[in-house]
Design a protein around this ligand. Structure first.
Ligand code: 4AD
Ligand code: MG
Length: 445
């Protein structure tokens, strides 16, 4: 069918006729019709190269002055990368010199939209890329990141679903802060004040009495002013919560989950990983069980490396970096002092100065990617811990209620999806792992 006829049809009909670049690359023979965005364009007196992308791949299309009608040849100048949109027919051929190993010899081409010169060029500043984020998200790099994140979350769901988990939906407007009052966003809620959720955990704890294995994949909000490569004010957490799970079972689930998605992504996303400079084998090498390092041991290690740190001090980004700089495998940092951990974490019976918490630290200096704990399941203990933490149990009445009716041992964890992407794709910042990042200084686009 000629291009004009194809383009005269409704989009629904066109969808059946236009092929996908990935299929052409897989089998580059015969007549094809494609449409997409111009990725690169350059010409000489008799030959014009248009590289197009359609979201499934990128392919070089060659237009020779002699083989297209004159109006087509004249329409080629100017074509703007990322801004111009074309449809074409032609013949696909293997060509080792072309990117992807194939090219199309164009028979007919129509510029569907010429657009304006794209405002993003090569080697732009990080700030400009953030200002023009609405346009930058279409870049090959960003498109790859979001595809990868999708595959990551799909693998997480697949693994948890296979164990009998169900996904549940906590509210995002709340009245009770989960992770400490200092970092909550207040919002006007009619004539009251509400908070944006910091974590779905407290609500998941309510859900496990109906379905013992649940997970939440939802945004978390933190009014954290930190300007680091690992902090966003809005990020997406995968948070499983499990009835009848003790501390060890919790850690085992985490390491098995991490191993599962690393292996799956290492196998299935090998080409994409390589585009980010990540050897897929690194992911295939991730192997559970991961080492458990207590806070006490971590202090020892850090002190030996000259870090001034004492019992009761927090382990921040710098300290985590030192702990995992040389690692190839993630490690659990466990049993932190109760004073610096959340009120809902159960006291460690082996060493009551500490709690049954564990942070999973990713290797290569990345640091915390998961935070989890066994929860306090006893009513009086919970009230006591809240008071020590300076919280008013009255404000959390519904949550303490859970310990009055059918309470059982339970555990859970939260995995930051952007931090996992940053680690696996070697991204400079979590800002590159979410389409429209939110930080203290950035609320738009
Ligand atoms: O360690 P966090 O604060 O734990 C919780 O929110 C628990 N309620 C989770 C649970 O047990 N259900 O956060 C969990 C994870 C961190 O390990 C990190 O990966 C990510 O969420 N995270 C952030 N990611 C980006 N920006 C931030 N500001 C983040 N804060 C935490
Ligand atoms: Mg944490």
């Amino acid at each position: 069918m000629d291009l004009k006829t194809i383009l005269s049809k409704p989009l629904k009909e066109q969808a059946k006729i236009f092929g996908l670049v990935k299929h052409v690359l897989a089998n580059p023979v015969g007549e094809v019709a494609l449409r997409g965005w111009v990725y690169r364009a350059r010409g000489s007196t008799n030959m014009f190269f248009v590289v197009i992308k359609d979201g499934s791949g990128i392919i070089q299309c060659t237009v020779s002055k002699d083989s297209v009608p004159e109006p087509v040849w004249k329409s080629l100048e100017p074509l703007y990368p990322e801004s111009s949109v074309v449809a074409l027919t032609g013949v696909a051929k293997k060509d080792e010199r072309a990117p992807g190993g194939a090219e199309i010899q164009v028979k007919d081409l129509q510029v569907l939209f010429r657009g304006e010169p794209f405002p993003i060029g090569k080697d732009q500043s990080i700030e400009l890329l953030l200002d023009k984020r609405h346009l930058w998200v279409r870049s090959q790099k960003m498109a790859d990141v979001f595809k990868f994140k999708h595959e990551l979350m799909k693998a997480c769901r697949e693994y948890l679903d296979s164990l009998g988990f169900i996904e549940v939906q906590p509210p995002l407007f709340t009245v009770s802060a989960c992770e400490g009052g200092a970092e909550v966003f207040e919002v006007k809620y009619f004539d009251r004040t509400a908070y944006l959720s910091q974590s779905g955990q407290l609500y998941s704890e309510a859900m496990i009495s109906g379905n013992p294995l649940v997970y939440v994949f939802a945004p978390s909000f933190r009014s954290d002013p930190s300007r680091t490569p690992r902090h966003l004010t809005e990020f997406w957490q995968m948070e499983p919560e499990m009835a009848w799970y003790d501390f060890d079972m919790n850690l085992e689930l985490q390491e098995n989950l991490v191993q599962y998605f690393c292996h799956k992504l290492g196998k299935e996303q090998a080409e994409l990983l390589k585009r980010f400079g990540r050897d897929p084998q690194d992911l295939l090498n991730i192997k559970a069980p991961f080492d458990r390092m207590t806070y006490e041991t971590a202090l020892d290690v850090l002190q030996k490396k000259g870090v001034k740190i004492k019992w009761g001090d927090g382990i921040g980004l710098d300290e985590e970096k030192i702990l995992v700089q040389e690692n190839k495998q993630p490690i659990f940092l466990i049993n932190l002092p109760k004073e610096i951990r959340a009120f809902y974490m159960k006291i460690n019976p082996q060493d009551p100065r500490t709690v049954l918490d564990g942070d999973l630290l990713a290797p290569e200096g990345i640091g915390e990617i998961i935070g989890g704990s066994e929860r306090v399941s006893d009513y009086s203990e919970l009230i006591e811990r809240m008071k020590i933490a300076g919280l008013n149990p009255k404000d959390y009445e519904w949550f303490t209620d859970l310990r009055k009716y059918g309470t059982v041992p339970h555990s859970g964890f939260g995995m930051g999806s952007e931090r996992i992407c940053r680690w696996l794709l070697k991204l400079d910042s979590v800002k590159d792992a979410i389409p429209f990042p939110r930080t203290m200084n950035r609320l738009a686009p």
